[in-house]
Design a protein around this ligand. Structure first.
Ligand SMILES: [Fe+2]
Length: 333
């Protein structure tokens, strides 16, 4: 059957360096974050792993790449610039979608000096955003991007939390708009993929790192529906099914994209999802690729097929949305 949408899912690369950061930038919670990077995080998140990841991606044919947050260490403006340069090596804003994580909003900072640099990679498609969402200095979330038969719906759970906490929160305004967007994209017969940094169940990350309004989000998803949830934050690969959601709705977490693996279960990995319409809904083929310390490259780990219920219109079985822009990657040998 035609109409396969192939997307890679990366998360938590923590790719920026704090070498040369000024002491004046390390007031408040950032001092703790700097110490965490200095003594632990910089030994775990490695540029050579990210280089291997980029090489692996370059050998794939992909329709899109999504990154579910925590691209920085402590959210300094200089880190946002480093990430912007890295994003440009990964693909164009049309082909790469980014949502932020808690490390990207470590303390309150000027939008213009930070997230504005990533806006092309976070913004909704033309015509899908509301005026309120795009107002200067306002977070452009939820974001909506239509690619192939998929709707990529991004939310931001990134907000400042107290020292030693890494909680997330969506808030009522974002939650209300999310319900409307889920309804609209369901009427269009699209495969709705929710992108969120924090998983909405506390058991996956613990109370100190939880999404504080996770129960509200789960209830909203039960009312409005969704076909797949992608998250980061836990630094582990996982597939979970939320009891509130009817049917086989997968919630998939992915490892950090850059981790050497001081804890082997948290060694770097990323996922590829192939989504295609089927006679009774959707079929999602997932492939996990993980970093091999011995070979210094990414290798195949796990594969599975998930059948997601839903009603697919006939046109989706034979056509691909004109807004689909395949990323420029070669064929795997
Ligand atoms: Fe996180």
């Amino acid at each position: 059957m035609n109409g396969i949408f192939r997307v890679a899912h990366l998360s938590d690369p923590h790719l920026s360096s704090l070498v040369g950061v000024k002491i004046g930038d390390l007031l408040n919670k950032r001092a703790l974050g700097y110490l965490s990077w200095r003594f632990r995080r910089r030994h775990e998140h490695a540029s050579e792993v990210l280089a291997a990841l980029r090489h692996d991606l370059s050998e794939l044919i992909l329709d899109h790449i999504v990154i579910t947050g925590d691209l920085t260490q402590i959210g300094l403006p200089g880190e946002f610039q480093q990430v912007r340069q890295w994003l440009e090596t990964l693909g164009s804003p049309t082909d790469v979608t980014v949502i932020p994580g808690n490390h990207d909003a470590y303390v309150r900072a000027s939008w213009e000096d930070t997230f504005a640099l990533w806006t092309p990679y976070m913004a909704s498609d033309q015509g899908l955003q509301t005026g309120e969402q795009q107002a200067p200095g306002r977070t452009p979330f939820p974001s909506v991007r239509i690619r192939g038969h998929a709707a990529l719906i991004g939310v931001s759970s990134a907000h400042q939390s107290a020292p030693f906490f890494a909680t997330g929160n969506l808030g009522a305004a974002q939650m209300n708009r999310l319900g409307d967007i889920l309804d609209l994209t369901r009427r269009q017969g699209l495969f709705r993929i929710l992108l969120i940094h924090h998983p909405p169940i506390v058991e996956m990350v613990g109370w100190r790192k939880r999404l504080t309004d996770g129960a509200t989000l789960r209830a909203l998803l039960a009312r409005h529906g969704v076909e797949m949830i992608l998250h980061g934050h836990a630094h582990r690969s996982s597939v979970t099914y939320l009891p509130e959601l009817q049917g086989n709705i997968p919630m998939i977490g992915v490892a950090s994209a850059s981790a050497r693996g001081i804890k082997p279960k948290q060694r770097a990995g990323y996922h590829i999802y192939e989504v295609r319409p089927s006679s009774d809904g959707w079929e999602v083929r997932t492939s996990e690729r993980g970093y091999s310390l011995r070979n210094r490259c990414f290798v195949a780990r796990d594969q599975r097929v998930i059948r997601v219920p839903g009603s697919v219109t006939d046109s989706l079985c034979t056509s691909v949305h004109p807004d689909s822009h395949p990323a420029q990657h070669g064929q795997r040998a």
